[in-house]
Write a protein that binds this ligand. Structure first.
Ligand code: SF4
Length: 471
């Protein structure tokens, strides 16, 4: 029985409600009046219900689809401006006791080398990441209470935050580890993590059980209710996502939005981010064995519809996607991307872009500097800012900042200053030249004259070698 306020997974992701929503969407896929009214509602930036969003995803009217894409671009531009936040994944360990059939780290993969970084190796990885300019990481580990206990993750976070190499510093550590207990979430919160990220993979319980035949992750309810436990443990910012291509994308789209509605109904704040990974080849994994692949056109529409349904939720696209796809989804709604990523354990210290411990094949293989330059050539401001998290602007406080339009006086100057820091410390000469021009062009968009003046002063100080500021 559907109940968004329930704490039971089967009630807030009620299968009958998802199926009824999909039927309603199918029945209305050419209902011009309804579709048009939903797009009008989306234009108010107040979000859409899962049923309304499902109708848009199913819409078969070309002109309304066109309107929808245009509106997604407009909302993206109005709420997020031209800032794009950059981050990198850091794989700590590929030991795992689960059997996710789409992941090469599954326990029955006997030929993948198993690796777990020591604290010294983490230090070396972090220095390598700092040396290319990263400030924000997403930690990744398999689930293995013996090899990767929570104490290991906590110690690793402490190590990462402690490393100051030249002008480098990792200022925000997001964590993508298996569903755990309230007590462990509290420990992660106390360790100073940014966002807790957990992908649902699929919301369809039957498909979920087939994809996770054994191991702790096989428990659909425990996994689906993880964000509630994270929030109970004090973590305000949670990041949701599904792995598109595993089950049927329509079902997962509706499930994702129902999950967001549930978090909002129970905790007063929806997910901080939504990630949109699609399945990729990897050791032992052939994506063609999954028959529900999502073509690029559909993928773009998913991103646009998510942008309309949850306008204030950041969207993340990783290097799983090609340059061309990343370019399009940046226009439609994505606000954060990874760059220069290595998806293997210890990958940042090796010359190889891809080694045998990789979780998936990286599609966009460019360096961080190439990604930064590319973003700027497209008119975006690459941002390395992590200020919100350290200033306590998380959860609903971040949302209200977004909703009041104050982002242009807060995030834009921070983005410009952290970009300047990147240009001074890490950029290639060509990247630096483009960036300096871009900063000057964007300073005028800071709304408050006094904030602009402070930003200009900081920029001048930075050019003279000062790093006396906190983001
Ligand atoms: S997806 Fe995560 S839990 Fe599943 S096998 Fe891979 S590392 Fe383990």
């Amino acid at each position: 029985m559907y109940n968004p306020k329930s704490l039971r997974a089967e009630e807030f992701i009620d299968d009958a409600e998802v199926e009824a929503t999909l039927e309603y969407a199918r029945d209305n896929r050419t209902n011009r009046q309804l579709i048009s009214s939903i797009i009008d509602k989306a234009a108010e930036c107040k979000g859409l219900s899962h049923r309304e969003a499902a109708v848009l995803l199913e819409c078969e009217l070309d002109d309304e689809n066109e309107r929808m894409f245009k509106l997604a671009e407009k909302i993206k531009q109005e709420l997020y401006g031209n800032r794009i936040v950059l981050f990198a994944p850091l794989y700590l360990s590929n030991y795992c006791i689960n059997h996710c059939v789409y992941c090469p780290y599954h326990v029955t993969n006997r030929h993948i080398p198993r690796k777990k970084l020591t604290q010294d190796e983490i230090r070396a990885e972090v220095i390598a990441l700092q040396d290319i300019g990263h400030k924000r990481l997403a930690l990744e580990t398999g689930e293995d209470p013996v090899n990767n206990p929570i104490e290991y993750v906590l110690e690793s976070i402490k190590t990462i935050y402690s490393i100051k190499h030249k002008n480098g510093a990792i200022r925000r550590v997001n964590v993508n580890i298996a569903a755990t207990t309230v007590e462990n979430y509290r420990k992660l919160k106390d360790a100073g993590i940014g966002t807790y990220i957990l992908f649902q993979e699929t919301y369809n319980k039957r498909a979920y059980q087939e994809l996770h035949p054994c191991g702790p992750k096989a428990d659909y309810a425990y996994h689906t209710e993880a964000m509630d436990r994270a929030m109970e443990g004090g973590i305000d910012d949670v990041g949701c996502g599904v792995l598109f291509g595993l089950a049927l994308y329509r079902y997962d789209f509706v499930g994702l939005l129902m999950h967001a509605e549930h978090l909002e109904a129970v905790h007063g704040v929806g997910p901080h981010t939504i990630s949109v990974p699609r399945i990729r080849p990897a050791d032992d994994i052939d994506p063609h064995t999954f028959s529900n692949a999502v073509p690029d056109e559909t993928f773009n529409k998913l991103v646009a519809c998510i942008r309309l349904a949850v306008p204030y939720t950041g969207m993340i696209c990783s290097t799983r996607e090609s340059v061309a796809v990343r370019r399009r989804v940046l226009e439609l709604g994505v606000s954060q991307i990874s760059g220069g990523s290595r998806t293997s354990v210890g990958g940042y210290q090796t010359e190889e872009r891809q080694d045998e411990t990789a979780q998936f094949d990286v599609n966009d293989q460019r360096s961080l500097d190439e990604v930064v330059r590319w973003l700027m050539q497209l008119g975006y401001v690459p941002s390395f800012c992590t200020a919100c998290y350290r200033a306590g602007r998380t959860g609903d406080r971040f949302m209200s900042l977004c909703k009041s339009g104050q982002i242009k006086n807060c995030c834009l100057p921070n983005a410009l200053m952290t970009l300047k820091e990147y240009l001074e410390d890490y950029a290639a000469p060509e990247t630096k030249a483009i960036g300096e021009r871009l900063i000057q062009e964007n300073l005028k968009d800071i709304l408050s004259p006094s904030v602009r003046k402070i930003a200009e002063q900081h920029l001048a100080d930075m050019a003279n070698g000062s790093r006396d500021f906190r983001f």
